[in-house]
Design a protein around this ligand. Structure first.
Ligand code: TEU
Ligand code: CA
Length: 556
């Protein structure tokens, strides 16, 4: 495997709307990100992925772009963006933007031109089909945010257009070479500005099963999940290869794909030495407990499921490339709330789940607030939710027969709003995020969980993440932490997640994924203790006694 400039780094995702607000309008902004670059440098971050800040009506919080070449005034200006790139560079931080090109906004000029003249060139930028009242739609696929993927083309009664996500997110027609060229031109325009690269949104959806056709319905709405269509489609690799060659590869840019349901045999094409992406997210832990019926039927992962999913992913990527490892992002629940049982979200347990993930082979990504152990927020009324995905899943739950209360309780743990509450900087009003009214309320736990309270406190979650990151950069251990092979250890021992990282040196990473004490046999003498989330270490000759939620990294 070839070495790449980004392999040894630690990445950090910023959800700009909720990071830091500098002008009191309750919305985080680019000047807020610039003002926190020193903070990110102190933490040890070298790659920052910004969720979208392009012009957008924010129907899906910026994942609906109306102008790829400009910054939404709510977030700032192009000058701010350029300053962020150059100030980042001064601190050794590469800025990565979100690339949302499966769809754009219905307010994008391309779509407006397509509506004005569906038979003209811009009609070919989208999927538009003739349809007359009373006829069947071109296919019965269900959009990710509910309802059919087809809606009436604005201004017409006899035409429909395709949207895999919200109806304000019309899908772009990647079969059209003119559209593809426009996209590549835009990507290169940004890379010419000195951008480090892109995180590529929902990219697997760009290839549709054509011609459109009905697939077996999987719910009583008569519709079929788009995932079924994707499983039957081939050819996305051709588009992605072309995009990489026309853009990222020319700049040695960093690219990380939001890829789901990939086939193992395709991994070398995706993230191999000459792959079309540098890396892709490993979502296997997050897929645990999902159910096709809807969020109301999902279940929380167990420790054993988590461990198996992580080890399987490590094995799949071994010798091929780097997955990007996460415990959360802006679409996911907070990792500490999702993977740790209720009542067990102590600082020690938070460090354990973070440490087990961080030490896996691959590129670690932290999501803003993860480094201080931010948690899901309890919500009990529909009006407390903002996210369009959650509002749809509420309806799905009601249709399945749940009461209002049951529906809210069932969907709340999975709501995308959990990860989107403002960053908790300190214990003052609104957690120091804004002097105005935050666009989404702050998690009330901010008085105890906040950065100010943790910075400089040796045993805090924050200082623990700093130690993890500095171990990854430590000259003596970096080769092993970054490139060492992962080898599961004592895999059959219940609720113990332990593994070796074998490179120039040999590290043993172990976490007791339960509240009860347990003993782990020692594979040999300990040379050096590198990290421990507790004060004590009960090491006998042949066994290590791990307290509930204890996590250690040692050289052996
Ligand atoms: O998500 C794409 C995706 O595949 C979704 O299924 C995602 O897992 C789901 O929304 C979770 O509830 C990306 C972005 O990350 C997401 O924020 C956007 O809403 C979506 O694309 C559309 O751009
Ligand atoms: Ca603002």
């Amino acid at each position: 495997m070839q070495k790449k400039w980004w392999h040894g780094k630690t990445a950090y995702q910023i959800y700009p709307k909720s990071f830091f607000d500098t002008n009191g309008d309750g919305i985080g902004d680019l000047r807020g990100v610039i003002s926190k670059l020193d903070y990110l440098q102190e933490l040890g971050i070298e790659i920052v992925w910004l969720s979208p800040v392009y012009c957008s009506p924010l129907a899906d919080q910026g994942y609906d772009i109306s102008d790829y070449y400009d910054i939404d005034p709510r977030f700032g200006t192009m000058a701010d963006m350029e300053e962020l790139i150059s100030e980042g560079r001064k601190r050794g931080i590469s800025i990565v933007m979100d690339l949302v090109v499966n769809h754009c906004s219905d307010e994008h000029v391309w779509f407006q031109k397509a509506c004005a003249d569906p038979d003209g060139p811009y009609g070919q930028y989208f999927y538009i089909r003739d349809w007359h009242e009373g006829e069947r739609l071109p296919c019965n696929w269900r959009s990710y945010f509910g309802g059919p993927v087809w809606d009436l083309l604005p201004g017409h009664t006899d035409k429909v257009y395709f949207h895999a996500f919200h109806k304000k997110q019309p899908d772009l027609n990647w079969e059209n070479p003119l559209l593809r060229r426009e996209i590549y031109r835009m990507i290169n325009w940004w890379l010419d500005k000195g951008l480090g690269g892109f995180r590529i949104d929902a990219i697997i959806n760009i290839k549709k099963l054509l011609p459109f056709c009905d697939l077996p319905a999987d719910r009583d709405d008569g519709l079929c999940s788009i995932k079924t269509m994707l499983a039957r489609t081939d050819g996305v690799n051709v588009f992605l290869r072309e995009m990489a060659e026309e853009t990222f590869h020319r700049y040695d840019a960093f690219s990380v794909g939001e890829v789901f349901n990939e086939k193992t045999e395709d991994l070398p094409l995706i993230i191999g030495d000459d792959g079309y992406f540098s890396s892709m997210f490993d979502f296997s832990e997050h897929l645990i407990g999902m159910d096709a019926r809807g969020w109301y039927a999902w279940t929380q992962p167990t420790a054993e499921e988590y461990k198996r999913a992580a080890f399987t992913a490590q094995k799949r990527s071994a010798g091929v490339g780097f997955f990007s490892n996460i415990i959360e992002n802006h679409d996911e629940p907070r990792g500490v709330s999702h993977y740790l049982p209720q009542g067990e979200r102590s600082e020690a347990a938070k460090k354990m789940i973070g440490g087990l993930n961080f030490m896996l082979r691959g590129l670690p990504f932290l999501y803003q607030g993860q480094e201080i152990g931010m948690e899901n927020m309890d919500r009990w009324e529909l009006s407390q939710f903002d996210d369009i995905n959650t509002l749809d899943e509420y309806k799905v739950a009601l249709r399945a027969g749940l009461s209002h209360e049951e529906a809210i309780a069932a969907i709340s743990p999975y709501s995308r709003d959990n990860a989107r509450t403002p960053f908790q900087w300190d214990g003052t009003e609104n957690a120091g995020f804004t002097t105005g009214i935050p666009w989404l309320p702050v998690n009330p736990n901010y008085r105890t969980v906040n950065l100010l309270q943790q910075r400089g406190r040796d045993d805090s979650v924050y200082e623990f993440y700093r130690s993890l990151i500095s171990l990854r950069k430590n000259a003596a251990y970096a080769e092993t932490v970054v490139y060492g092979e992962t080898e599961p250890y004592c895999c059959g021992q219940r609720n113990l997640m332990a593994y070796f990282r074998r490179g120039e040196r040999c590290l043993l990473v172990a976490g007791n994924f339960q509240k009860e004490v347990q003993d782990m046999p020692m594979p040999g003498p300990m040379k050096k203790l590198l990290l421990n989330n507790m004060d004590k270490l009960e090491l006998k000759e042949k066994a290590l006694r791990l307290e509930g939620w204890q996590f250690v990294v040692m050289e052996i």
